[in-house]
Design a binder for this molecule. Structure first.
Ligand SMILES: *Cc1c(COP(=O)(O)O)cnc(C)c1O
Length: 495
């Protein structure tokens, strides 16, 4: 399978797309075609484990990888999850299910891809004959950073550096990152919000001068952000797996269409659902859920992507994003894969923080996608209501997606299509906010929050979060966005 840039020009192998992360002209790599999964293959996958399903899907995109080795890598990655099933499906009401993607080492859905990415990248380098060491640069709104650190810690021939917005992540997220162990990594706070962080990292990626300097030090750059196809591909798997679980448990017939509601920030998770649909998974609608940073909600209504608005810090910080990078891949598809048009729109986004798609494109997108959002009170109400009515505790990000799902059923009372709400974080990752939603109690300290949330819900506390309290803080440096590359050079120069 070959990969092309959304802004034209390049055509590369899957291995190259993963190693490189971004196309040279700033575009994102997308598969040249969507490899189909036939009804027979779906049948065959029913009896498979999650890792086996993953290898079957991934090999379709990454055909220069070795399938047996890929399967072994998937098995190793998903054996690091606390639950034997890495992506369990929980029924909470007739027609509504929750897909729990937070049972990995860092308690957020990013683990679904970032436990596997080190293998994909390493093997990719081997396939491409790259001899230099790899430097992973990552901008994080909180969860990618920790999952990437955990995935790449002590990986041979790799260094990883994570930038997070100083005031834009939760206390628990910050603690998770700043106490990270491993000898090949660094964590730095950036003054500003996630968009500043992400722009800073993108600027480094797009600068030939930076690449040159790093090459002299023996490094090539790669990305663990969801702009990397190596992040996206493993995310396609759980949409298939959830569907197969519904079929094998007799909840739906094979071939019956279902909906997903996905808490969205950078548009990576929900884009993977769209890719699954394009591969033949019977998906009807995709509901894109935002928090108060609802630029995507407006986009799906009007066809205008307008980031010229106030940025809110919310209780779902991993979705506090105004520039949603992976949307570029979607508008590329709906423009009829017109790279020139996509490049022009991305230029307009960069220069004016705004672009529009045509009414025809919007109409086609609207046949599959709709957008909704939850404001801060609505998140609290939704988490509380579901807890009261069903006993199920969800985190604040999942609360946004649940609100959007509930709104959909309010507006479409006769709709009997099954809905899967994608759950992206363990509630203990945001203990104070979830505690407040469930009980009305306000505590200052995250660990007190965990204790009280446990008392209120009896839900199991993940070891990786409970253990944080006793870990020493190793990283505390802070830079301004214009000094990010200097700190990178500093890091790669260290022994
Ligand atoms: C990253 C993240 C999201 C947003 O996912 P995107 O792929 O960026 O849309 C939502 N919830 C949580 C908990 C996350 O960590």
């Amino acid at each position: 399978m070959q990969f092309i840039s959304t802004r034209g020009g390049e055509k590369v192998s899957g291995a190259r797309a993963i190693v490189q992360g971004l196309a040279q002209n700033g575009g994102l790599f997308v598969p040249q075609t969507f490899p189909p999964v036939s009804p027979q293959e779906l049948e065959d996958m029913l009896s498979m484990s999650y890792a086996e399903r993953a290898a079957k899907i991934l090999i379709k995109y990454l055909d220069e990888y070795d399938e047996k080795e890929l399967l072994a890598a998937c098995e190793a990655a998903y054996s690091r999850f606390e639950d034997p099933d890495p992506a369990p499906l929980v029924k909470i009401d007739d027609g509504i299910y929750i897909l729990e993607l937070f049972h990995g080492p860092t308690c957020a859905f990013k683990d679904m891809a970032l436990t596997l990415l080190p293998y994909l990248l390493k093997k990719g380098c081997e396939i491409c004959g790259i001899k230099e060491k790899i430097l992973i640069l990552t901008a994080t709104s909180g969860d990618t950073g920790k999952a990437a650190l955990e995935g790449f810690k002590d990986a041979e021939g790799v260094k990883i550096m994570v930038f997070y917005p100083n005031d834009g992540v939760s206390k628990m997220q910050k603690l998770q990152m700043c106490t990270q162990d491993g000898d090949n990594l660094n964590v730095v706070a950036v003054k500003g919000n996630f968009d500043d962080c992400q722009t800073g990292v993108k600027n480094i990626f797009n600068s030939p001068a930076c690449a040159q300097e790093l090459k002299q030090k023996g490094y090539v750059l790669s990305s663990a952000n969801s702009i990397n196809f190596g992040r996206l591909a493993p995310q396609i798997v759980y949409y298939f797996s959830a569907y197969l679980d519904l079929v094998s448990s007799g909840q739906i017939q094979m071939g019956e269409e279902i909906d997903f509601s996905v808490p969205t920030g950078n548009f990576g998770n929900i884009l993977a659902a769209y890719y699954a649909k394009r591969m033949g998974l019977p998906v009807r609608r995709l509901h894109c859920a935002s928090n108060m940073n609802n630029v995507l909600t407006d986009f799906f209504k009007s066809g205008e992507y307008d980031a010229r608005r106030e940025f809110y810090k919310t209780t779902s910080p991993s979705m506090d994003i105004l520039i949603s990078s992976n949307l570029e891949r979607l508008i590329f598809e709906f423009s009829g894969r017109d790279a020139a048009v996509t490049a022009e729109r991305m230029k307009s986004l960069k220069e004016n923080r705004d672009y529009k798609i045509s009414p025809e494109e919007l109409k086609e997108i609207g046949k599959i996608f709709d957008g909704g959002f939850a404001d801060e009170d609505e998140v609290v109400e939704t988490v509380y209501d579901v807890f009261c009515d069903t006993g199920y505790t969800m985190d604040t990000h999942t609360g946004c997606a649940m609100k959007v799902a509930i709104d959909w059923f309010e507006k479409n009372k006769k709709d009997t299509t099954n809905m899967i709400v994608v759950s992206t974080a363990n509630p203990y990752k945001f203990p104070q906010d979830v505690l407040y939603a469930v009980t009305g109690n306000d505590v200052r300290d995250s660990f007190k929050g965990i204790k009280r949330l446990h008392a209120a819900t009896a839900m199991k506390v993940p070891k990786s979060l409970a253990g944080l309290r006793d870990k020493p803080v190793r990283f505390s440096s802070q830079v301004t966005a214009d000094k990010m590359f200097l700190s990178v050079l500093d890091f790669v120069s260290q022994k």
